[in-house]
Design a protein around this ligand. Structure first.
Ligand code: 13P
Length: 254
């Protein structure tokens, strides 16, 4: 019912030349196709056009995603990127609400919600991130914390095609730390996310929305997460920076 998804978040890594090279290597590594797995790569903004050109030239079996967007259409917003600019370079996905943006750049749930609405108006699929910090996990209130984020991040959204809205659950304490949540930890929260989406949008829509796990996901552990009922894929940081590890994760999902 739901195609699995493996998405790579390159974060602030890879210059233009390096990014083009990685995209070429990945196109080569995945040249036999990705079956039913939807693959997305999310390079830094200045690399988007270069990666887009590689996708076209090599008929690469992956889609292009951005890591951020602003919710206004144009104007005096120095340093920001408008949704139609992403569209113009071929981005069809965009990560929003990543914990690094919430922490370092003070993004709120209200911002994430506005970004989702803007992206959907442009037919760009949001990959909307949520996840709890360590102190919340230790206090045992992580499910309530994430459910609250989901409610705020989706407020007023209209989802006509559930394939066009993606949630990524990324427990902050597991990001870039080598500390992975267990597959059961991921299922506990992803199951609660789906139940919340069902309350808001109805069961049928919730059943079509992909929920990804992120946080030290790698070739060796991805299959364990994917076995879980409500985990439909992975949002991958570090392991997406090399074609061999990222393609291995795609193959593990096939
Ligand atoms: P790592 O896979 O490097 O832990 O990063 C996860 C992440 O934040 C993806 O968005």
């Amino acid at each position: 019912m739901r195609n699995r998804m493996i998405a790579g978040n390159w974060k602030m890594n890879k210059t233009y030349t390096e990014g083009v090279q990685l995209a070429q290597d990945l196109a080569e590594a995945l040249s036999d196709g990705t079956g039913n797995v939807d693959v997305v790569v999310c390079p830094p903004t200045v690399d988007l056009k270069g990666v887009s050109t590689v996708i076209d030239q090599q008929s690469a079996p992956f889609a292009l995603g951005a890591q951020n967007v602003y919710w206004e259409e144009s104007g005096a917003y120095t340093g920001e990127t408008a949704p139609n600019m992403l569209e113009a370079v071929g981005a069809t996905y965009c990560i929003i609400g990543h914990s690094e943006r919430r922490d370092y750049f003070h993004e709120t749930d209200e911002d994430v919600n506005k970004k989702a609405k803007t992206l959907m108006a442009h037919n760009i699929v949001p990959i909307s991130c949520c996840g709890e910090p360590l102190e919340i996990r230790e206090a045992g209130t992580h499910v309530a914390y994430v459910v609250d984020q989901i409610k705020k991040d989706t407020e007023g959204l209209e989802i006509s095609d559930p394939a066009k809205y993606v949630v990524a659950y990324e427990p902050i304490w597991a990001i870039g730390t080598g500390k992975t949540a267990t597959a059961d930890d991921a299922q506990e929260v992803c199951g609660a996310i789906r139940a919340t989406l069902a309350e808001i949008f109805g069961q049928e829509t919730a059943d079509g929305i992909r929920i990804l796990y992120g946080g030290s996901a790698k070739p060796e552990n991805v299959a364990g997460f994917l076995e879980k009922e409500d985990v439909d894929g992975a949002l991958v940081g570090g392991a997406s920076l090399k074609a061999d590890s990222f393609s291995a994760m795609v193959k593990a999902a096939m």
